[in-house]
Design a protein. Sequence first.
Length: 353
Amino acid sequence: MGRENFRVAIEDSDISFDVKNNETVVRAAARQGIVFPSLCNVGECGSCRCKLREGRIKLKKDISHHVPPHRLEAGDILGCQSLIQSDVILNVPTLSASAMAESEPIKTSARVVSAKPLNHDIIELTLELDNSLTYRPGQYAHLTVPNVAALAAAPRSYSFASGINNRAETLVQFHIRKVETGAFTEWLFGADRVDEKIEVNGPFGDFGWQDETTKPLFIAGGSGFSPVKALLEQCIEAGRAVDAVLIYGARTYKDVYCLAQVGALQKCWPGTLTFLPVLSNEPKDSDWPGAHGFVHEILSVASVNASERTAYMCGPPPMIDACLEALSGTIEPENIHYDKFLNRSHMDDLATG
């Protein structure tokens, strides 16, 4: 007869807890008052990604959209989809000391400095933090609004939208797209929020620059440009003289918000930065000067030279999935890095569907 409970130990900490039969790691931790990093609890946001050091687990479903096969082989898992099959040791961001060494997550209050419109449905939110926060470009933070009951408990995740060298230590920026019926964005877009209080918890995530990168291929859709912008600024700050390509996708001309920002980046880029914007739903007879179609269709353009590159992708899941399929066999899986953007309504639908 099999055991009914197994023990999880968190590497480099004094944290351990029991997991019942058919109970996920995340739910077991929550039941015992342990704040395990998580958000959606259905395997879609990637917040609970951690590393299995010892022991055996069983996955509830395919998680390759967040953890590619070569990272699964290295032990990367999602806590919300992991059923324990033996006593295990996990390395967990925010809990394991070694995982926190570079950018330890903190929770701090912040003041809204500005909410600058970038187009009709995206704003650049600038916050002044009560305490300085260190992050790597590509990471994200959880935002809550303590003075609004509906927004105080359920965090919203947004990627940092700037590099780290040319900013004040207590200032952070995010690009936030308005989501229809989205409680947080309805609040944010609904009035002037300057001087309002927001709580920031982070940084989280392991998306970011890889030192073995040769020629980067940056792919962004919609507000997925925000972490890509941070990565581009990181390259400039580090003086990396690289041949880079940036593909940006949106639906229509009015949805594009990054043309001026990309132009400014190109002027100070230490190598060559080729910019290829593409629109999927723009009328053919409009004055749009760029390409028509979908992002994944542009990957075959000769100037991209995808087979020579390391890919960094951020944006909506359908775009990421289509690009992963298009790049299959062209770029090795270990040279493809991505972050799927899901809003809170998507996660709620997945959790209740």
